[in-house]
Design a protein around this ligand. Structure first.
Ligand code: CP
Ligand code: NVA
Length: 324
């Protein structure tokens, strides 16, 4: 199997080969265990004092916190870049990227348009760009989600994940990563909020192990027999003006105990968080024994560290996980 050492960016799950995604999960599992050594962990100085810039143009708890902690635990330094100076009209985006590339090795960007993340990556050949969520994709989340499922199930290949709700950024990255990992991804969304044809085609093009991507309108059809049921907010950041309309459009798409009963007997419930109890998920399901939402949040840290190492410090890795 081809092994690449020069991964530049993680703008999308599609920047990675399926083998890179598997390697990232393997590495994250190892880093999670290695963390018990604290400051004496073998990766504690892997970034050698180099800087990781965090540029967040939307709110964040999990993504910002975990990249900050990940950078510190790998011996790097965090630079917080205010969005109003980097993405405003003060200077062209390409100039911002070229400035930053003189000082930092990695930039983690959360913003609206995917084109901004692409613009940074294109303007600065020496800068590693990580997509921390755009309107189109949330690739870092998908890594943590499949790590969580791998820990639960052992093998991912052949399992079924049903996503219920808005065919949004989180859904797109789950489809990309699930396809690469051999997971069947089903999506139940209202007609006007389906995952796009483009994302379905992209996922099908990278699918391994016979993985399928199927779209449904009826949540019960999608969830029937599924091993995991996933939902996300109905109104994503930037869509606040549509909130009332969306509450109506998605009213039949709440993940509750009746819907979970249609899934496989030991199915897990997933949510990237933040969640709204009583909207996209009932409190009973979110707080149930089937819910793995805080394991997902935990794994944001370990997959974030794995990503930073794979992009910015691949040569420091003495650990060589076995490819599955
Ligand atoms: N799941 C997630 O990305 O959380 P934050 O928006 O808090 O970063
Ligand atoms: N779809 C949500 C995910 C938040 C982590 C949003 O974009 O707001």
């Amino acid at each position: 199997m081809r092994q690449r050492t020069a991964l530049k960016d993680f703008r999308s799950v599609l920047d990675f080969e399926p083998s890179d995604v598997k390697r990232c999960l393997d590495l994250a599992r190892w880093l999670k265990d290695e963390r018990r050594h604290g400051g004496t962990a073998s990766t504690a100085t892997a970034l050698g004092g180099r800087h990781v810039a965090l540029l967040f143009d939307k709110p964040s708890l999990r993504t910002h916190s975990t990249f900050q902690i990940a950078t510190h635990e790998l011996g790097g330094q965090v630079l917080d870049v205010p969005a109003e100076v980097a993405l405003g009209s003060r200077e062209p985006l390409a100039d911002v990227a070229r400035n930053l590339s003189r000082w930092v090795d990695v930039i983690v960007i959360r913003t609206f348009a995917q084109a901004i993340v692409e613009g940074f990556a294109a303007a600065a050949p020496d800068l590693h760009v990580i997509n921390a969520l755009t309107d189109q994709e949330h690739p870092c989340q998908a890594l943590a989600d499949f790590l969580t499922l791998q820990e639960r199930w052992g093998q991912l290949g052949g399992r079924t994940l049903a996503f219920v709700g808005d065919g949004n950024n989180v859904a797109a990255s789950l489809a990309h990563a699930g396809a690469m990992l051999g997971v069947h991804v089903r999506l139940a969304c209202p007609d006007d909020h389906q995952l796009s044809d483009r994302v379905v085609r992209e996922a099908e093009a990278v699918a391994r192990g016979g993985a399928t991507i199927r779209r449904f309108r009826d949540p019960h059809d999608a969830v029937r027999g599924a091993d995991a049921v996933y939902t996300d907010v109905w109104t994503s950041m930037g869509q606040e003006e549509e909130a009332a309309e969306r509450r109506q459009a998605f009213a039949a798409y709440q993940v509750n105990e009746a819907l979970m009963a249609a899934a496989a007997p030991r199915a897990v419930f997933m949510h990237c968080l933040p969640a709204h109890r009583g909207e996209e998920v009932s409190a009973e399901v979110l707080d149930s024994a089937a819910s793995v939402v805080f394991e997902q949040a935990d794994n944001r840290l370990h997959t974030g560290k794995a990503l930073l190492l794979m992009l910015a410090a691949p040569m420091t890795l003495t650990y060589q996980p076995a490819f599955s």
